[in-house]
Design a protein around this ligand. Sequence first.
Ligand code: TTP
Ligand code: MG
Length: 405
Amino acid sequence: MVPLSHHLWRETVASHEVPRRVIHADLDAFFVSVEVALNPELKGKPVIVGGRPGGRGVVASASYEARAFGISAGMPIKTAERLCPKAVFIQGNFNRYIEASKKFMAILADFSPFLEPGGLDEAYLEVTGFESLHGTIKNMAEKIKKRVRDELNLPVSIGIAGCKVVAKVASGASKPNGLLEVPPGEDKVFLAPLPVGKLPGVGKKTEAVLKNLGVRTIGNLAEMPEDALKSRFGVYASYLWHMANADDDRPVEPPGEVKSVSRETTFAEDSSQIEFLAQTLWRLTEEVGADLRSYDRMARTVNLKLRYSDFTTITRSMTLKQGTDGDNDIYATGKALLERALTAIRMPVRLIGIGVSGFVPKSIQLDLLDNRPQRLSDLYRVIDNIRAKYGFEAIKTGKGIREDD
Ligand code: TTP
Ligand code: MG
């Protein structure tokens, strides 16, 4: 949850050369398993959650017994009925699944603070260096499985590897109710013989194109020259190629970690009028400032975005000496960037946007002779509170008001 300490910690670990370990945990037949936990009579039967029999819905989740009949997620319920008439069809109750999901995530969070949910029923855990707490990471995974089983009565499959993509492939390969650890250093060897469709991000279409190129396994993909993929898959090629090579240093990122805040608007008519553009900028800045303050952060970098009538889009940034969360500072910086841009490119503007990034912890410059910063900060907080209660339009400050408002 704390991004700074996360990085410090990763660096420390790296300097001791402990191999990276990532867990991917994914509940088996999630919706179905929640229903089975509530109604044990369903255990061992072909069960399908997804819509009324005879209806037009699709299968959301199928038990492994139902999968044996060729039933899979996304298939029309009617087809599933034809494949397995004796299956139990349940419409499902989304609230139940949300509840189960919360409890599942809470259990995982007991094992590592570095938790990244990937959906309701799956998550990554960064567990590098956690061996000493549990003996081995595999023991840790066993403990997770036991708690999920004892407390939620749900089966979960777990993959352990040196990066996210391989951990995810491993959990999938271990299903159902599995546990698979890819030993340190063996990520790439593990992936190589698997069908290329097992690589996350390779759907049916990509798989077909790859097949035409003679790529059947993940190893085949890893051996392709990256450039040969670029002509087929564009910017996506590089991502695919690196994943196939188990070259994945994406961190496990807790959710909701906001790194920037921005607002933009497209005009009904393009404009080159500085007054009009500046007024719009102020209005957007007020929203950006309110957002920023709601996160209790200050930002050092102000970003301006302009799209011109010919759709050329530019961004201009300026980094301040100190962080700010004040509308005035953000606006002044944005306006300076705007004036500079308008002088450089003389074309009507169709979109304007402003944002802040480079967050720093909140601090207020205490100036003994001038308490203006503190007063301004208090003022913004009062405005934010009123707006939170009554809507953004409840308070208008001078610069945003136009004659036709
Ligand atoms: P998955 O983890 O993809 O599927 P699953 O948990 O049912 O089966 P398993 O992991 O063992 O292969 O998705 C989790 C839940 O998300 C699933 O139970 C229901 C829901 N879901 C849909 O609603 N529609 C879909 O098309 C898919 C794939 C999943
Ligand atoms: Mg699942």
